[in-house]
Each structure stands twice: as structure tokens, then as C-alpha cells.
Design a protein around this ligand. Structure first.
Ligand SMILES: Nc1ncnc2c1ncn2[C@@H]1O[C@H](COP(=O)(O)OP(=O)(O)OP(=O)(O)O)[C@@H](O)[C@H]1O
Length: 243
């Protein structure tokens, strides 16, 4: 078993300056994740699922605790790593998949999807070929490939986003409701891609409104709702603790 992530006593709160108050999104979370494991985060609205994913990705700074990521270069605490290291890891080892595309002015859909490969050293031609393959796999119409995604429908933008986010195998993939508003064939393509990445060793932590979509991928479940007790067999097998 190859360890990918060890989260120790991780907490995150927000200062709400306009109210002169702070609120705790989650507190003292500990978990481990190995290669090829898929961990489902569940919990009621506002339980902190998205905030935990964003804290792991370092979009948010942790309040306390450790996020020990076993990178290909050694163990690094994502809670404390320098921004430059985080940028590099995001390029090569840690992916974040949401339903929202960050379109850029005058960048075509195919160029946007090819970009991670270009940054990884692929030639322009090979990267474009691969990008087109994934745009096709996710069901983006051929006529849209050279167009700018800013004007695409929500679902089309989401498919471009998935192609871009999943084109390169990563060590760790954070999934924040990636199936929301996808049509059935794109959902099937996404699940196929996640299954292939999992088989190749990618570890995944995901939030899904309809976990049934990914039922066959889930190895363990953690409930972030405060005061919940483990309720799945997978959890009882393991020592992960959410307090
Ligand atoms: N940037 C922020 N500033 C202040 N409070 C925030 C911020 N982001 C999230 N919160 C608060 O943190 C709590 C957890 O939010 P989060 O979005 O992580 O919940 P969630 O479990 O993903 O919810 P949902 O199922 O509704 O998507 C909520 O009470 C939310 O209001």
C-alpha cells in the first residue's frame, strides 16, 4: 500500500469581520488515504465538505493541523508549504475538479484542455491530439473545440473543465461535485475516467450530491456532520476519525 495523504487534526474556521465573530467550518479532522483509494465525504449542507477539499488543495489556509502529502519528491505538509511548491504540485500531482470552468479570454476549448500537457512538456501537436480525444470522450461537439468556452452552455463548460482537469493522471484528485448538471453520457464518461485513474493509482477524495453515481468507486465514507458516528462498514474497518 502506498500512502498518499495523512491529515492530522486539521481545523478551519472563518472570521466574519462584519459580524465581529468567527465560525468553525470543521474541527480536528484526521484521515489517511492510500494510492487507488476513493474516499467519499458526506454530511449535511454546511458541514464543511467543500471547505475541507479547498483546504487540502490550499485554496484556504488551515487554521491548525497537518496535511502530509506524499509527493513523488517526498513528504510535504500542504498546510505550511511555500506557495511556489503548491503551484508546482498543482501542476503535476494534485488535481481539483469542480463543475465550474475558469474560461480565459481568447483561449479555445482545445487549447485550454491541452494546457496541462503543454506544461508537462508535451509537444503542441501531441497535446492538441490528446485534448481533442478527451473533448470527444466527454461529449463536447467538434465544432466547439476551436471556439472560446466563455459563451458555452453550463454543461458544455463543465465538460471542457472535466477534460482539462482529468487529462493528466495525478497522485491525488479532489472532486467537488463534478457530476452536477452533467448529462447521462458525460456522467458515464467521467465515471469511466475516474475508474481508470483509480486503477492507475490515483487517490481520490470526493463530494457528490448523488453518491450513487460513483458507488462502484467508493472505498470509504466519512461523514462531516458534527456528532455523527461511523455508519458504513468501510469506516468501521478503519481508524480514520472525524471529531
Ligand atoms: N469563504 C467563507 N467565508 C465564511 N464562511 C464560509 C466560507 N466558505 C464556507 N463558509 C462557511 O463554512 C461552512 C461550511 O461550508 P461548506 O461550503 O464547506 O459546506 P458543504 O458541506 O460543502 O455544504 P453544501 O453541502 O451545502 O455544499 C458553512 O457554514 C459556510 O457558510
Amino acid at each position: 500500500m502506498t500512502r498518499i495523504l495523512e491529515v492530522r487534526a486539521l481545523s478551519k474556521g472563518f472570521d466574519m469581520h462584519h459580524l465581529g465573530a468567527s465560525m468553525q467550518a470543521f474541527e480536528a479532522i484526521s484521515l489517511t488515504l492510500d494510492a487507488s483509494e476513493f474516499l467519499l465525504l458526506k454530511g449535511r449542507n454546511g458541514a464543511g465538505k467543500s471547505t475541507l477539499l479547498r483546504t487540502l488543495y490550499r485554496s484556504y489556509l488551515a487554521q491548525s493541523g497537518e496535511i502530509l502529502f506524499h509527493s513523488s519528491h517526498g513528504v510535504i505538509d500542504l498546510a505550511r508549504a511555500a506557495d511556489v511548491d503548491i503551484t508546482l504540485l498543482r501542476r503535476t500531482e494534485i488535481g481539483f475538479v469542480t463543475q465550474f470552468l475558469q474560461a480565459r479570454p481568447r483561449v479555445s476549448a482545445e487549447a485550454l484542455v491541452a494546457e496541462p500537457l503543454r506544461l508537462a512538456g508535451w509537444t503542441a501537436e501531441a497535446a492538441l491530439d490528446e485534448a481533442r480525444h478527451w473533448l470527444d470522450a466527454f461529449g463536447v461537439k467538434r465544432t466547439l473545440w476551436p471556439a472560446y468556452p466563455a459563451t458555452f452552455s453550463g454543461g458544455e463548460q463543465q465538460k471542457v473543465n472535466l477534460a482539462r482537469a482529468l487529462i493528466l493522471p495525478q497522485r491525488l484528485l479532489l472532486l467537488d461535485e463534478p457530476t452536477a448538471s452533467l448529462d447521462a453520457s458525460a456522467r458515464a464518461a467521467l465515471i469511466d475516467r475516474l475508474a481508470a485513474l483509480k486503477a492507475q493509482g490515483t487517490a481520490m477524495i470526493g463530494v457528490f450530491h448523488h453518491p450513487g453515481d460513483v458507488a462502484q468507486l467508493i472505498d470509504r465514507t466519512i461523514d462531516l456532520t458534527p456528532d455523527t458516528t461511523p455508519d458504513t462498514p468501510q469506516q468501521e474497518d478503519r481508524t480514520d476519525v472525524v471529531v
